[in-house]
Structures are given as structure tokens and as C-alpha cells.
Design a protein around this ligand. Structure first.
Ligand code: ADP
Ligand code: ZN
Length: 432
């Protein structure tokens, strides 16, 4: 099922033509009516007339999160206050929060994007969706809420927390789908187990739409097998509206609706555009946003672009699972390490779980990285010999996959922190 087959199956050339027209209109509008964009384009010696094809987009300057911070809260908005119908404020994972404003049309665009995405995950009328993302300043709760209502699903707006109550409601209201962070999904599974509830056998849950933080393909397999559900990956940032794009039933990449967004992958060092398939930093232009348009916004997440036709028939490009942000990347003794690589490696080891923490410190001049990971209850033992063997195995596997040696500490099941919102797995003591 497709929400809007005419758009979703639009031939690639036609889609590119539409993107170009919208890009051009956007650039003219901002050059004419926004002091910020006018100045930026002038400084970079580019005029709207210079954009004669989509390839010319590379002539336009980038936008950064710092542009929003420097213009806090609303100095670069291009809609007046009486046109705004909502504000959201980002969670500030990487510094001072930023404010996003929405006109009625902006909300409409966001909701339409999610209506297409949720339909692509097989959801629709008759589904009961529990929205266990935070409601409030964070975009996840309200975003998914309106998207799910638009496709005719029944929403249970539980927000995060009070997990036992959430599981009772899941059973009582015959919930078929859930939206939350992948770490909260795992936590829910554990709490359900403690309550004697099997998500697979004792609930109607079939679909999870998970995002807001990096997670691995191994984690997807784990969640799908443990709970007997299909788990889809949803992506967005508050600056582009919120969670906006997700995978389809093929689960082979996140469809980015080309009529709404123009996507580029660049080399984070040089800013040069990379080819499909090449890994780099995600940059997006949201083509029709009114209150806070973003041109060539450096989102910072690492991924690659796939422009080939998806087996689902949708012509819109896809991005690969996001590995984490350029600034999540740890540099340990000169080697780049993403926390998502650690998760990927740990989930391949049956004796340990996906609950882990990374602690980075300096010993003299050298960086030291310690991975604390919980053991699985089945492997937990009080024999020192057994524990030592597992620890050696884990450090061996981590060394092979990360290319650096790291310390390993095994923790008893259930002892490391659990996260309801975005997981914060890294403590970097070098920064103190
Ligand atoms: P903040 O910048 O305060 O964290 P957001 O809540 O808008 O604000 O977070 C957006 C970021 O969350 C993205 O840039 C990305 O790093 C991360 N993120 C969101 N969804 C996913 C996903 N499905 N996979 C990986 N990372 C994600
Ligand atoms: Zn598809």
C-alpha cells in the first residue's frame, strides 16, 4: 500500500525536475525576503540566477546548527509570529537547544511525510499505535501522533515512562504498533518479561517504528526475533521538522521523499559532494518549509545514499542506516570509533547483551577506552574462570572489529543504566 502512489512512484526524471523547481523557488524567496540568507549568499558570491540545474546546488553555502544557536530563538525564521502554530525545542544532545517554529503548512508537510512512511511500514486503519516517544518540546511524540492519526490508526499517547502501565495498556487496548527509541523498546521487553508477559505471545504487537538514536542491524534482528515483530527505522531531526522518514517493508534503507527534501552526502572535511554508495555526512535541503527553511543543512549524521529503484516500487532515494553523528565519533589513539560499531560487535556475542557503556579516559598521554557490557542471564556465572574466558572473548572481538584494543568489564544482568529517551552511552572523561 502507498499513501500517495502518484508522488511515491513518480519517475526519477520528473522527480528531479520537481526538486529543481522547488529549489529555485526557495532560493529566490530566501534571497529576496530573508536578511540571513541574503547575506549568506552575498558573502559566498552566489546569486539565485546561478542555480541553473540541481548540480548547481553545490554553489550554495551550507547551514550549520550553530546558525540556529547564534540566532536563538527565532531570528532567522521566515514567517511572522502570527503565522506560527507551534514551537518545538531540540533536546540539545550536542549543546545549547535550538528552537523550531512551524506554520500550519509546515505541520501539514511533516504529517504527510509520516503518513507516507507509516503506510510504507504496513500500517493503516485498524492499527492501534502506542506512541511512547516523549510528548512535549521533543518532536517525537507529537510528530508520530499526528502521522498515525492521519492514516486512520488509533493512537494511544502514552509518552515515555511508567513502563509497566504501558505494557498493561498494550494488552488491554490490543496495541498493534509502537513508536519509541530502540533502547526503550528493549527496556520494555525486559520489563514485560519481569511481569510475566511475552510481547510475542501475550500482546497483539506486530510493528515497531524505532528511531531518534543510532542502532544497529543486529539490534533490529534481535528485537524482531525476541518479540515476534517487524522493526522499522525512522529518522529525522528537529531542524527538518522532526522524525520524518522511515524504511519501507523491504527494510533496505530509509526513503527520503524527494518532493520534500533534496539530499546530499558530502565529505565532512572538504565539503565536496560524494557519489551514491559513498559514506559521508548527510546534508539536506527541505524544499517547502515556510517558518524555518533549511538550505544545505549539515545534519552531521554519517550515512550513504542509494538512488536505485527500491523493490517496493518507490522511486525516491534512500539513505543507509545512520551510524551516528560526525561529533558522536570518538577518536581513540587516532582511530575513529562509533558507539554503533560497539553495539554491532557486542550483539554478535551470545554471552553478552546490547546494554553497554563506553568510558573514555586518558592514561598519561594515551587514550583508554573501556567497554562495560551486561552479561546475558544464561551466561552469568559465579565461576571466575568462566567470566575471565568470556571477557577475553569480548575484548578479542572488539579489537578485531574496532582495530584498537579496549578494556572490557562484564556487568551483572540488569545493572547498567536503561534509557527512556535517547540513550547516552558514552562518558568521555578526556573532556574534563
Ligand atoms: P538533538 O540534536 O537535540 O539530539 P533531535 O532530537 O532533533 O535533536 O535529534 C536528531 C538526531 O538524532 C539526528 O541528527 C541523529 O543523530 C539522531 N537520530 C534520529 N533518528 C535516528 C535514527 N533512526 N538512527 C540514527 N540516529 C538517529
Ligand atoms: Zn522501498
Amino acid at each position: 500500500m502507498k499513501w500517495d502512489p502518484r508522488i511515491e512512484e513518480m519517475p526519477a526524471e520528473q522527480l528531479a525536475e520537481l526538486q529543481y523547481k522547488r529549489m529555485k523557488t526557495l532560493v529566490y524567496r530566501l534571497y529576496s525576503f530573508s536578511d540571513f540568507y541574503h547575506r549568506r549568499m552575498k558573502e559566498n558570491r552566489v546569486h539565485p540566477d546561478d542555480i541553473r540545474s540541481l548540480d548547481d546546488v553545490t554553489k550554495l553555502p551550507f547551514m550549520y546548527k550553530s546558525d540556529l544557536r547564534d540566532n536563538y530563538p527565532d531570528k532567522i525564521f521566515t514567517a511572522s509570529q502570527d503565522e506560527l502554530v507551534r514551537y518545538h525545542v531540540s533536546s540539545g544532545t550536542t549543546g545549547k537547544p535550538t528552537v523550531v517554529g512551524y506554520t500550519q503548512n509546515d505541520l501539514e508537510l511533516w504529517t504527510t511525510s509520516l503518513a507516507r512512511g507509516l503506510t510504507a511500514c504496513g500500517l493503516g486503519r485498524g492499527d492501534v499505535m502506542q506512541v511512547s516517544y516523549g510528548y512535549g518540546l521533543f518532536t517525537g511524540g507529537l510528530g508520530l501522533h499526528y502521522g498515525a492519526e492521519r492514516i486512520g490508526a488509533t493512537v494511544v499517547p502514552t509518552s515515555v515512562g511508567n513502563t509497566e502501565r504501558q505494557i498493561e495498556l498494550m494488552q488491554d487496548l490490543r496495541v498493534t504498533a509502537i513508536a519509541c527509541t530502540p533502547s526503550y523498546m528493549v527496556h520494555m521487553g525486559e520489563v514485560a518479561e519481569k511481569m510475566g508477559v511475552s510481547i510475542e505471545k501475550d500482546t497483539n504487537l506486530k510493528t515497531a517504528v524505532l528511531g531518534a538514536e543510532p542502532w544497529s542491524e543486529q539490534m533490529r534482528t534481535h528485537i524482531q526475533n525476541e518479540m515476534g515483530i517487524r522493526a522499522y527505522n525512522i529518522f529525522g531531526t528537529s531542524e527538518i521538522s522532526g522524525p520524518m522518514f522511515c524504511d519501507c517493508a523491504e527494510q533496505n534503507g530509509i526513503h527520503i521523499w524527494g518532493d520534500m527534501a533534496y539530499t546530499e552526502i558530502i565529505d565532512p572535511e572538504t565539503g565536496e559532494q560524494l557519489q551514491p554508495g559513498e559514506k559521508g555526512e548527510l546534508v539536506m535541503t527541505i524544499l517547502q518549509k515556510e517558518a524555518l527553511p533549511m538550505i544545505r543543512y549539515r545534519i552531521g549524521d554519517i550515512t550513504s545514499l542509494d538512488t536505485s529503484l527500491c523493490a517496493c516500487g518507490r522511486t525516491h532515494p534512500r539513505i543507509d542506516r545512520l551510524q551516528g553523528r560526525v561529533d558522536d565519533m570518538l577518536i581513540i589513539r587516532g582511530i575513529n570509533v562509533f558507539p554503533s560499531q560497539v553495539e554491532h560487535a557486542l550483539l554478535g556475542i551470545p554471552e553478552v547483551s546490547g546494554h553497554f557503556m563506553i568510558i573514555v579516559d586518558k592514561k598519561g598521554a594515551l587514550d583508554e577506552m573501556l567497554v562495560q557490557v551486561e552479561m546475558n542471564p544464561g551466561a552469568f556465572s559465579d565461576k571466575v574462570q568462566d567470566i575471565m574466558e568470556i571477557r577475553t572473548k569480548v575484548s578479542h572481538i572488539l579489537r578485531n572489529s574496532l582495530n584498537i584494543s579496549v578494556g572490557v568489564e562484564l556487568a551483572a544482568p540488569g545493572t547498567l543504566p536503561r534509557f527512556e529517551g535517547k540513550a547516552k552511552r558514552v562518558i568521555d572523561r578526556r573532556l574534563n
